[in-house]
Design a protein around this ligand. Structure first.
Ligand code: DGY
Length: 332
């Protein structure tokens, strides 16, 4: 029997590759060569499925050249690399990797919040530079986390997990803004109150961004929003680059319009805006919020199980455009 072919665009855990190989003919990239979009497109021709990392743009141009493609499985919860409308129009299913990374990503959001509030990045660099002699009374003094006000923009699963850490672990008052207000039992579980975006910006001591990227969310934190924040406030972005106007943020940090920022994601990453690199009151990490071995394995297994679930059993686990499935079953 002819096996279906799939392409895995980035290096993946060997056990996940082995699992895929029991079902498919697999073209892998274990050397983790940085293929251009054109190279991915060339290799995707004739493939029934792609397993992507979340950084590869899947758009009408690629879909047009890959008429055999049935599914693209992202190893990420975010799927802003997908043109989902184009995929649906071409009958290509998209899947993501939700849930398995929620707690790990919330842990990291909180770690970045604490590192930012307590100036851990700056003070570590100070020691490494051999500058430590005597400290003044306000030596690397930051802001308190316990008992302060936590603001969350984007209250999905990860936002709620961060809220629980803040409310139950650190006695924080938790405010949030989201496209829609949570049902009251969910609000109660994380002791969070829904407020307008303006109130959130004005009142948060620590504002964490966890909303998905979309055209509407582009630069939803820019100069105007930053100017509403307290001069003592910290901004944490674990959502996506592009949600924040990085140039405006660097300016606000330089001018001390806000106290500090912790950023795991950047516009145009892996490049980082040079103005952000030049300000001291910032903690920078290279998009690693979900990066524990256990969680990254769970994400990779879920992406693989989506490919197997759909291409072999007709039942993907976490479909993003289920209209495609209905259309397929309607054709049976
Ligand atoms: C996600 O899953 O979307 C995280 O940002 C890791 O890419």
């Amino acid at each position: 029997m002819n096996r279906q072919s799939i392409l895995v665009t980035r290096e993946i855990f060997p056990e996940v590759l082995d699992k895929l190989r029991t079902h498919f003919s697999v073209e892998a990239n274990q050397e983790d060569v940085a293929w251009s979009l054109e190279q991915i497109c060339e290799r995707a021709k004739g493939k029934a499925g792609l397993l992507t990392s979340g950084g590869e743009r899947i758009d009408a141009g690629l879909l047009e050249q890959c008429p055999d493609l049935k599914i693209v499985a992202n190893t990420a919860v975010g799927f802003n690399n997908f043109d989902l409308d184009a995929m649906t129009a071409c009958g290509v299913l998209g899947t993501n990797a939700p849930d398995v990374l929620t707690e790990t990503t919330a842990d990291f959001g909180f770690a970045l919040l604490m590192a930012t509030a307590r100036r851990i990045g700056e003070s570590e660099q100070y020691i490494r530079a051999g500058k430590w002699s005597r400290g003044r009374i306000d030596f690397f003094a930051g802001s308190d986390v316990h008992g302060s006000t936590l603001g969350i923009l984007g209250m999905g699963r990860i936002g709620q997990a961060i809220a629980k850490r803040g409310a139950h672990g650190f006695g924080m008052k938790v405010l949030y803004n989201n496209r829609s207000q949570l049902e009251s039992h969910l609000e109660q579980a994380c002791s969070a109150s829904f407020v307008s975006k303006e109130k959130l910006l004005r009142e948060a001591d620590h504002l964490v961004l966890v909303l998905p990227y979309s055209a509407q969310a582009h630069h939803c934190i820019g100069e105007a929003e930053l100017s509403l924040m307290k001069p003592t406030a910290n901004l944490i972005n674990i959502a996506r680059g592009g949600v924040v106007d990085d140039a405006a943020l660097a300016h606000a940090l330089r001018e001390k319009k806000i106290a500090a920022a912790g950023l795991d994601v950047f516009e145009g990453e892996p490049s980082v805006h040079p103005d952000l690199l030049a300000v001291p009151n910032i903690v920078l990490t290279p998009h690693i919020a979900s990066a524990t071995i256990r969680t990254r394995k769970a994400m990779a297994h879920l992406a693989a199980d989506n490919l197997i679930g759909y291409l072999v059993q007709g039942k993907p686990l976490t479909p993003l455009n289920p209209q495609v499935l209905q259309r397929c079953s309607g054709n049976d």
